[in-house]
Design a protein around this ligand. Structure first.
Ligand code: ARG
Length: 700
């Protein structure tokens, strides 16, 4: 395009994509229509000029270049070119781990430092399916970006800060008192049940319950006013003994939440400590700081232990080393508020013209986000401007404050991306944390309900000028990798039969159990039996079960909600993990048989590829499209593109296998070529599934 029309069209998207229909060749370039408008010329003439300007290299790749319709350019690659390209893929070597199929990494200049915020569960709560989606999608994106050669800095933005923490700690206090009274374990679950019963029993019952708890609590506070006698020893003991489970802690949180709500406005509220005070006291370093920090530490440890179990089962690349919880940014919060007040005292515009201005509104620190004409970008139900809340009137910081501070930490870098700040406090605090991660791309893998939060956050970070790299020549890419909900078969949010949140552990257990049942059923049928040992069956069940859950999630465009269906995700037919894994295992067995029948692996690996049959050509073309598919996933952060690719690849393989005898073919050269196509297909499947975080099995 540049050769035909000069530098004026540099940067115009060539709109080059695989053709939907083989009638139109292998690739289509659809840029001529848009260019024609821009240049005031006829589209077909523009297309012709582009074609005339094609380099000798491109000509040599193509069997034909045609202009069709209003100005589509259809390119058909030559069979020789495809065969030699496929033939140039280096051998896989051994078990195929670390096999890249000869795909290059991005050049140094294009290498991003990507901060990948994913999973990010909340302390004292079981991960829910939303976190499962974040974990699975984020993990795949991390693998893809790393494969491309980018530096990926994983950040598990654990929710471990704020008022909710006050509730967790209060819950632990109640657990400590109950233990002191000699109550059996699981006190908090029981207390929660009793409270709910009392509330359901009407005002009198509720009053009586609150009264009893308030009186007892007051006496217990008085007996241990500074916590040194009972609470602190309890916490110390928790460090080494398993006194509280995540379920206990979660129940404690729910209990205090409900208790506070029910007691609000009654004479009992005073005796039931306000969780907000607890959280605030910690933020300011109050007298009970040590205990509360200890309590926090314990809650975090118990939560992470549970998360790590889920991560390990899922085979996800997350460990404690990646945890950068909200509390990590504590030291930046004060400076961040100061900075926003100073830097945004007057409206400041980002590169997109969106401006941000910080104002105090009824005692709260707010950042208002405006269009260039001063009209609000985000509006509430009555058309009023919706600000981003940075500090509440009571002095507490918020989720958004942490994310602004986190944005700074993630993008700034002492040498690669120094960010000039107005607040000295912030500058020093940032230096204290090492100066920042220097991200050139920051990804937040979080569900769609938080879309507004991230839109506001990105607008504020841009307006502050923090996203400008190299003096504004380039922008840090901030992206909300959003995803929809997981629905039950009733199309409502996925719940257990009794209406509770589904626990991930149970869900994964069930996936593996169902997969195991399938394997065992097949093994019990004489004509399906493979003779697997118990260990093999368990390994297959684990990989198929976990793979099925992951694949079912990844194969949908992430922004759509999807219905969670065991039958669908475990089906051996369709765009499912079992189908993909089976296709892989089947190809491996063909390949193995070929190798056993006397063809040496080294011969196959060097065999020239012949693409005489259309099915051979279609298969080879698809194998060769793996790199551009991975590029597209890295760019659009859509693992579903990779699933679509793999599903189509497996389908093309089946067609090839039906129409092109691999092992019965007489000609050894043809047999070797076809075996090599099998090998390449299997390796492409394995590589692709690996990038989705799914392990293959050799036999199934
Ligand atoms: N913990 C949050 C939640 O469960 C998700 C955090 C996402 N990351 C962030 N930087 N805000 O909703």
């Amino acid at each position: 395009m540049r050769r035909a029309f000069g530098d004026a069209v540099a940067g115009t998207d060539p709109l080059l994509a695989p053709s939907k229909d083989p009638k139109f060749g292998d690739y289509q370039c659809n840029a001529a229509m848009g260019l024609a408008k821009q240049l005031g010329a006829k589209p077909r003439d523009v297309a012709q000029k582009i074609v005339d300007a094609l380099s000798a290299d491109v000509r040599a790749m193509c069997a034909s270049v045609e202009i069709a319709g209003p100005g589509f350019i259809n390119l058909r690659l030559s069979d020789d070119y495809l065969a030699s390209l496929a033939g140039s893929i280096p051998p896989g070597g051994g078990d195929g781990d670390g096999d890249r199929l000869g795909i290059d990494r991005v050049e140094d200049a294009a290498r991003d430092t990507v901060v990948l915020d994913y999973s990010s569960p909340n302390v004292a709560k079981q991960m829910h399916v939303g976190h499962l989606r974040s974990t699975i999608i984020g993990d795949s994106i991390g693998r893809v970006l790393e494969f491309e050669g980018h530096e990926v800095v994983r950040q598990n933005h654990l929710g471990d800060w704020g008022t909710q923490f006050g509730m967790v700690i209060l819950g632990m206090w109640h657990a400590a008192m109950a233990r002191q009274r000699g109550e059996p374990p699981k006190y908090l679950q029981r207390a929660l049940g009793e409270l709910r019963t009392a509330v359901a029993g009407g005002p009198d019952m509720k009053r009586a319950y609150l009264k009893a708890v308030a009186e007892r609590s007051r006496a217990e506070y008085q007996a241990d006013p500074d916590g040194r006698r009972v609470f602190e020893p309890f916490l110390e003991e928790c460090r080494s003994a398993y006194l509280l489970s995540l379920d206990d802690i979660e129940a404690g949180y729910l209990y205090i939440n409900a208790l506070t709500k029910e007691a609000e406005g009654t004479e009992f509220a005073a005796d039931l400590k306000d969780p907000k005070d607890v959280a605030q006291m910690m933020q300011r370093g109050g007298p009970q700081d040590t205990q509360e920090r200890l309590a926090r530490e314990i809650a975090i440890r118990i939560t992470l232990a549970e998360c790590n179990r889920v991560y390990r089962r899922l085979g996800v690349l997350l460990s404690d080393a990646h945890v950068r919880g909200e509390s990590f940014y504590e030291k930046l919060l004060g400076g961040t508020i100061e900075e926003l007040k100073a830097a945004l005292s007057a409206p400041k515009s980002g590169p997109d013209g969106i401006r941000a201005v910080c104002r105090i509104d009824r005692g709260a620190v707010c950042v208002f986000i405006e269009n260039a004409d001063g009209s609000p970008v985000f509006k509430g139900p009555e058309g009023e401007s919706l600000p981003m809340l940075i500090q509440k009137s009571d002095g507490a910081s918020l989720y958004a404050t942490t994310d602004v501070a986190g944005g700074l930490y993630r993008m700034a870098h002492a040498t690669r991306h120094p960010i000039r700040l107005s607040s000295r406090t912030l500058n020093e605090a940032l230096a204290g944390l090492g100066g920042g991660l220097g991200a050139t791309r920051v990804l937040y893998v979080v569900g769609t309900p938080q879309r507004l939060h991230f839109q506001m956050l990105f607008a504020v970070l841009r307006a502050l000028g923090w996203t400008q790299l190299g003096g504004g020549r380039r922008e840090v890419r901030l992206e909300h990798v959003s995803f929809g909900s997981v629905l039950g078969e009733d199309r409502k949010m996925l719940r257990t039969r009794s209406g509770e949140n589904v626990k991930l552990k149970d869900l994964l257990d069930e996936a593996v159990a169902r997969a195991e049942e399938q394997v065992r059923t097949a093994e019990a049928e004489p004509d399906r039996r493979r003779g697997f040992s118990d260990d093999e069956m368990r390994d297959i069940a684990h990989k198929v079960g976990i793979g099925a859950v992951k694949y079912a999630d990844l194969c949908q465009n992430r922004n759509t909600d999807y219905v969670f269906s065991w039958d669908k995700m475990l089906a051996l037919q369709g765009n499912t993990a079992p189908y993909m894994l089976y296709a892989y295992a089947r190809i491996m067995s063909i390949y193995r048989k070929g190798a056993e029948s006397g063809v040496r692996t080294s011969d196959i690996e060097k065999a020239p590829i012949q693409l005489d049959h259309p099915a051979e050509r279609a298969l080879a073309l698809r194998v060769l499209q793996l790199p551009e598919t991975i590029d597209a996933v890295a760019e659009n952060l859509l693992p579903s593109l990779l699933c679509d690719y793999l599903y189509d690849l497996a389908g093309r393989f089946m067609t090839f296998y039906e129409s092109c005898p691999v092992l019965q073919g007489g000609d050894p050269a043809l047999q070797a070529s076809r075996l090599r196509l099998c090998d390449l297909t299997a390796r492409a499947l394995k590589l692709g599934l690996g990038l989705l975080g799914i392990s293959t099995v050799e036999r199934m």
